[in-house]
Design a protein around this ligand. Sequence first.
Ligand code: NAP
Length: 303
Amino acid sequence: MYDIIIIGAGPAGMTAAIYARRASKSVLVLEALTYGGQIINTPDIENYPVAAHISGFEFATKVYEQAEALGAEFVFEKAVGITDSGTCKKVKTTENEYECKAVIIATGSANRKLGIEGEDGLVGRGVSYCATCDGAFYRGKTVAVAGGGNTALEDALYLADLAEKVYIVHRRDSFRGDETTVNTLKQRSNVEFVYNSNVTKLIADKRLTAIEVTDKLTGETREIPVDGLFVAIGRVPENRGFAQLITLDDAGYISAGEDCLTNVPGIFAAGDGRTKDVRQLVTAASDGAVAATAAVRFVASLE
Ligand code: NAP
């Protein structure tokens, strides 16, 4: 039986592994795909303390190597459920079942995609899901933001300070995000709203060069030349497999505060998959430390 099983080898999960191993607990990290989580797709991280520039892949690899050198065991299997009988928790994967005393769920969330042709291939070549990560690459250029929630509005505001021109493409004519941010954006001379419209095509020549938008009311399409498209149409948490045991909020995130405690004693939530305001690399790592410390205390309470 492991002391702690961590589900998810993103920055939150791997940081938790480092903290738990440094507290001499046996640790198994389960990961469905590869280590690193979402950050692995970011070409250049400029907002994490220590390095002014580091690629997401290099960052993730360094954290992975650090956790592994400390003795965390990594198994690449997808966790599909947890059962709890108090002192023993069982984590079922697609291939096996593992037992432990405490679980940290750090499965993160995925960006909702537009689902249009070429989207995946243009990530890092004009298509981005993170304005704070990638906005600086578009200084003085023309960009579009797709979405109408607070993320899209705040991304647009952030980009309006950097880019020459920002289009906001939203599928309705009113916004889900805060009115004050909308009003601030309306004061900006370099921001243009494209209402009732969806991005329906990505036009590229190695990099993105333009987007096609379709007006939902008239059916008319038009091309807007852009250097970058920031997709901010919400996120999709990856917690469905745990919903029978763990309380999720209306959007599917694990209901857990800054203490990373869930409704089940001995099961903790860390990173983007829990209810939180700031989903950033540094806050994911912070959650990993908080959740691991709580899990270590929980394991000690059983001894
Ligand atoms: P969100 O509030 O769910 O908004 C997603 C937006 O994308 C909506 O405007 C939605 O349109 C649009 N959308 C969804 N699917 C789409 C599709 N397939 N094609 C085109 N458009 C689509 O997501 P979010 O903006 O990422 O925010 C998530 C949560 O974090 C919210 O509760 C938000 O308030 C919060 N947040 C807070 C702050 C802050 O307080 N500073 C900052 C960022 C985020 P419809 O409106 O038509 O549904």
